[in-house]
Design a protein around this ligand. Structure first.
Ligand code: HEM
Length: 551
């Protein structure tokens, strides 16, 4: 009896543990019957469903199920069709997904840190997707790059209501929130109104004279060393003369040491503009922010000292010839506060951000453009000779040291075409970013609110349907009447945000070109064409070293 009881208890325990453990070989009849019952139930249920379906399908030509399925896909199709009718297609490429943004941002940063330059990122995607636009994701935002004159017109002309200017965050952090370059349309108008009058005819003429004197001094320095083996590095020299000229125009009173420090700091800010926005000591971005702080400090001290010693009024009383931009802006804001001037008032912070903006917008761009121009002419020796003879006719050698005036410059037609062609080929500012403030269409593609649409100027400048043989340096393409479509030559932008300093830039390029071509013959001392890493504007890594031969 005891033995039988124990046997039944063991059987019951085995039955309970069935659900937890796999059935041992030779499982009890209790386990088998439970499993069999479940299987039978499932089999019966699925057969019933199967039979139900077969009956329905066979009894109807168009079964209920098929009808249901058809209706769903029809609705889907209709919805898609309606959407398609209402909305144009989105630009080709992929513009969303955090992982995609990481992949594309890394590719962009890698291009920027390579000798091919950051534009190689855009170029590769243009080739993949074809004109006129493509979409990608960078730094967490959707970016569209467009390259048709019509799209450029719709984005740049007369400050379109649906778009605002948007630079990458790093640029705004480094130039300051009040910078003209980064300001939204709403703030921009009054800032531009306050700064634009500084670029008047008198300021332009005295700037040209000052730049000419600096360039002549550089040519003399080069002449005194030209017999030696060492090559002259054009970029270094151009950065130095453009900086000195622009700095004197903006803040003429800075002592020599302060100017030298400022030059180094301005270059550090420029280098940080496309860097990864890491604020850790030792990073390029952090170094740029520190340099900005030092620049602001120098300018703040300068403003305080002008206010303290009363030089503000005295300089203003002189009638303007000795007035630098800082002085004009301070005086204007003083008069405005006194109620004698109702032009836009700039705060000190706005003045500071825009003095830095003007140095950076003017110095590095122009020096880079000058450097490319010298390189293109080194590569086109025949054209260099032609230009030399034309320029020597305009300003004979015996008068070489006499100052160039704006009248002289306006008679230099071939040199002017050379400047234009160099600007086209170099496309210093490769694209202009604008952010969509609402859903809209550009170039026939759907753009969503918040996307950044970049007018790809470089791609327009190299479009073979607009410029024959676009990769060839050929100033004669600007001969005769201009038959190119509007918005296809965008070296200085267009519309309400056109470059404020474009006349100064052209003047600097013309003067440099005239002085160089009438003093020396030159050739490249290093044929390496790789680009500088992390440069805000594409430029040669070697800075364009040239061997000079006095003529
Ligand atoms: C070859 C030299 C230069 C080139 C290629 C150049 C190019 C440009 C371009 C393309 C823009 C428009 C960007 C956009 O719409 O997003 C621009 C804006 C600007 N540039 Fe220049 N620039 C040059 C020289 C200068 C100089 C010498 C100055 C002043 C000293 C200057 C000051 C400015 C300013 C203040 C703006 C902003 C205008 C605004 O938003 O209202 N630039 N530049």
């Amino acid at each position: 009896m005891d033995g039988g009881m124990r046997h039944h208890q063991l059987e019951a325990a085995a039955c309970q543990s069935q659900s937890l453990l796999p059935p041992p070989a030779g499982a009890s009849s209790c386990g088998i019957s439970l499993v069999a019952a479940v299987c039978l139930f499932l089999l019966a249920a699925s057969s019933a469903i199967y039979c139900f379906c077969v009956v329905i399908i066979s009894s109807n030509n168009e079964s209920l199920l098929l009808k249901l399925k058809g209706r769903i896909s029809k609705e889907k199709k209709n919805r898609r069709h309606q959407d398609d009718n209402a909305r144009p297609p989105e630009p080709p490429g992929r513009g969303s997904g955090w992982w995609w943004s990481v992949v594309e941002t890394l590719a962009f940063v890698a291009a920027n840190g390579s000798g091919r330059g950051f534009y190689s990122f855009v170029h590769a995607r243009h080739r993949r997707h074809g004109p006129p636009c493509f979409r990608t994701a960078l730094f967490g935002a959707t970016h569209v790059f467009v390259s048709s004159p019509d799209a450029a017109r719709s984005l740049l002309a007369a400050e379109p209501a649906g778009f605002s200017k948007r630079y990458v965050r790093t640029v705004a952090d480094l130039l300051g929130e009040h910078s003209l370059l980064c300001a939204s349309h709403a703030v921009h108008r009054s800032l531009r109104r306050a700064v634009a009058p500084l670029f008047n005819a008198r300021a332009t003429a005295s700037f040209a004279a000052a730049f000419d004197a600096l360039t002549l001094r550089l040519m003399r320095d080069w002449a005194s060393t030209s017999g030696r083996a060492a090559a002259a590095v054009v970029l270094d020299a151009a950065l130095s003369v453009t900086f000195e000229a622009i700095c004197d125009m903006l803040v003429a009173t800075l002592p020599r040491d302060a100017k030298k420090q400022l030059l180094g700091d301005v270059l550090a800010v420029t280098r940080a503009m496309l860097a990864f926005p890491l604020r850790l000591p030792g990073t390029r971005f952090h170094a740029g922010l520190q340099a900005r702080k030092r620049i602001m400090e120098v300018l703040r001290r300068e403003i305080a000292s002008r206010r303290r010693d009363g030089s503000l009024r005295q300089r203003g009383d002189h009638g303007g010839d000795d007035m630098d931009f800082l002085q004009s802006l301070l005086l204007r804001s003083q008069q405005q506060q006194a109620g004698t001037d109702d032009e836009a008032l700039l705060t000190d912070e706005q003045i500071l951000d825009n003095i830095l903006t003007l140095i950076i917008a003017g110095q590095v761009t122009t020096a880079t453009a000058v450097t490319w121009m010298v390189k293109y002419l080194a590569d086109s020796r025949d054209f260099q000779e032609t230009l030399r003879s034309v320029q020597l006719e305009l300003a004979p050698k015996q008068h070489q040291d006499s100052p160039l005036t704006l009248q002289h410059l306006s008679s230099m037609e071939l040199a002017y075409k050379t400047v234009k062609e160099s600007l086209r080929m170099a496309s210093i500012v490769s694209w202009f970013p604008r952010v969509a403030l609402e859903d809209c269409q550009v170039a026939g593609f759907q753009i969503s609110k918040g996307w950044i649409v970049n007018v790809d100027a470089r791609s327009l400048h190299y479009d073979p349907t607009i410029y024959d043989n676009p990769t060839m340096f050929d100033p004669s393409r600007f001969n005769g009447e201009d038959t190119k479509p509007p918005y296809s030559f965008l070296v200085f932008g267009a519309g309400g945000r056109t470059c404020l300093g474009m006349n100064l830039a052209k003047i600097m390029m013309l003067i440099f070109l005239h002085r160089l071509v009438t003093t020396f013959r030159w050739e490249m001392a290093d044929k390496d064409t790789s680009l500088e890493k992390w440069a805000m504007f594409p430029r040669l890594k070697n800075g364009c070293p040239i061997h000079l031969t006095p003529i």
